[in-house]
Write a protein that binds this ligand. Structure first.
Ligand code: 5GP
Length: 113
C-alpha cells in the first residue's frame, strides 16, 4: 500500500484536487481515476490508516463520513437513481492508499457486486 502522504497533501492543499466539500472533520474530493460519472472520496482530516484502526475513541468519525457522503450524493443529484458506498480494507479488498476513505460512486448503473 502507498503511504498516507497523497491524501494528507490534499487536506493540507499541497496537492491539487477538486475538493467538493470540507469541514472540521472530513474532506471530500473527486477521485483522480473515476470509475463512474460521480466518484468522490471522503476522508477524515485526522489520519486513520484503515477500518482496522477504528476504535472506541474515534468511531464517531465513521458516522460523520457516511452522513457527509449521503449529503454529497443528494447535492450531486444521484441519490434518487442510487449510488454505492465502498470502503476497501487492506490488500484482499484492494486498498491502495493507506488512509481510510469512503468511495462514493454513482451517475450510472453500477455492476452488481
Ligand atoms: P483504494 O484502492 O485505496 O480503495 O482507493 C484509492 C483511490 O484513490 C483510487 O480510486 C485512486 O484513483 C485514488 N487516488 C490515488 N491517488 C490519488 C490522487 O493523488 N488524487 C486523487 N484525487 N485520487 C487519488
Amino acid at each position: 500500500m502507498l503511504n498516507n502522504s497523497i491524501f494528507k497533501k490534499i487536506i493540507d492543499k499541497k496537492t491539487k484536487a477538486n475538493i467538493i466539500y470540507e469541514d472540521k472533520l472530513v474532506t471530500a474530493f473527486e477521485d483522480i481515476k473515476p470509475k463512474a460519472p460521480v466518484h468522490i472520496l471522503i476522508i477524515p482530516n485526522t489520519f486513520i490508516a484503515s477500518l482496522n484502526d477504528i476504535k472506541e475513541s474515534n468511531k464517531d468519525i465513521i458516522a460523520h463520513m457516511l452522513y457527509v457522503s449521503v449529503n454529497i450524493a443528494k447535492q450531486q443529484k444521484i441519490s434518487q437513481e442510487g449510488y454505492r458506498i465502498i470502503i476497501n480494507c487492506n490488500k484482499n479488498a484492494g486498498q491502495e492508499i493507506n488512509y481510510l476513505h469512503i468511495h462514493l460512486l454513482g451517475g450510472k448503473k453500477l455492476n452488481k457486486i
